[in-house]
Design a protein. Structure first.
Length: 336
């Protein structure tokens, strides 16, 4: 029969609440109670949420990782990088995918707080500063991933999406394109707004100036990219853009699917396409995709290392690590 927290309390001669405090907030309990409860746990073999082992070891060997989109290979590679780094220290990663859902994001953060993980890596949906401050107050470090911390309250590891957007649009302009559609969204995701902002800078600085129109999507997925492509080709041909900058590679893949396969358009002759991320499928699309490469595994490894350092020394000053994207030119764009 499974040993319960009440069994532990009875063996230790304390209340159930005291056992719970020892498991979750040992600093709020007398050393005598901690010793009695720990001894009862050892004698009974009780384990809840790994708390008993944490009491003996003194520190958690788990880290929580919350990502925006578990279907995006970019985030899979980031998590793989974090796992590679974590394994060197005997750390296990608990992974949660929010699918851009703030309710699920909150659920995972609550779970990781209850589990008393050593720290949390998170690619957040919106502003969660207050929530991360609560974790910090509980002794749980937190690092933002794929998101720059504008106020500097927390460490972050990200890529310069503004620079990437500027590079993408500048490349299209250099190939002779002047009517560029930015396909992306939702725009409460900071990366999308940054990439659009960078593209607009490049368009405004071009001579003659290029045009940037926005074709919004509700999610950065293949399906939404395909739907955006169908909307574009449903216009009169004179109103088509001559280039598309997609907010990520999944959107670009959907665009290629609807434009090349569905409408038999010539890419890049009729419309050039640039993506963002350089996921593994970027070279396997109907037309190999020009894109902005993010060092995904390096992002994960760096974020995990920063998190462990801050978990070991909470007084460290938060730092912002920003990688630069790299333009990778393939067949979906060409010089006219």
């Amino acid at each position: 029969m499974a040993i319960s927290i009440r069994d532990v309390a009875q063996r230790a001669g304390v209340s159930v609440g005291t056992v719970s405090n020892v498991l979750n907030r040992p600093d709020e309990v007398s050393s005598e109670s901690v010793e009695r409860v720990t001894r009862a746990i050892d004698e009974l073999g009780y384990v809840r949420n790994d708390a008993a082992r944490k009491l003996r070891a003194g520190v958690s060997t788990t880290v929580g990782f919350v990502v925006l989109d578990g279907q995006n290979p970019f985030f899979n590679d980031v998590v793989r990088g974090a796992e590679d780094e974590a394994s060197r220290d005997g750390i296990a990663i608990l992974y949660g995918n929010t699918d851009d859902d703030v309710t699920r994001e909150r659920m995972y953060l609550d779970l990781f707080e209850e589990q008393q993980v050593r720290g949390v890596l998170i690619a957040p949906h919106g502003d969660i500063t207050a929530r991360l401050q609560r974790l910090r107050a509980r002794g749980i470090a937190a690092v933002l991933v794929d998101r720059f911390s504008g106020d500097g309250r927390f460490s972050s590891v990200s890529v310069d999406s503004v620079a990437g957007g500027r590079m993408a649009a500048a490349h299209l302009i250099e190939t002779g394109r002047r009517r560029i559609a930015f396909v992306g969204g939702p725009f409460d995701v900071r990366q999308m707004t940054d990439r659009l902002a960078g593209a607009r800078v490049a368009a405004e600085n071009a001579s003659p100036r290029a045009e940037i129109e926005v074709v919004s999507t509700t999610a950065p997925t293949v399906e939404q990219g395909a739907e955006a492509g169908r909307r574009i080709v449903s216009r009169p041909r004179a109103n088509w853009p001559d280039a598309i900058f997609a907010g990520n590679d999944l959107l670009a893949m959907g665009l290629l699917q609807s434009l090349v396969v569905g409408s038999r358009m010539l890419v890049p002759d009729e419309i050039a396409i640039v993506g963002f991320d350089d996921i593994s499928f970027a070279t396997a699309t109907a037309v190999p995709l020009t894109t902005l490469r993010q060092p995904s595994r390096m992002i994960g490894r760096t974020a995990l290392r920063v998190l462990l350092e801050e978990a070991g020394d909470p007084d460290l000053i938060p730092r912002q690590t920003v990688f630069q994207p790299e333009l990778v030119v393939r067949a979906s764009t060409s010089v006219r």
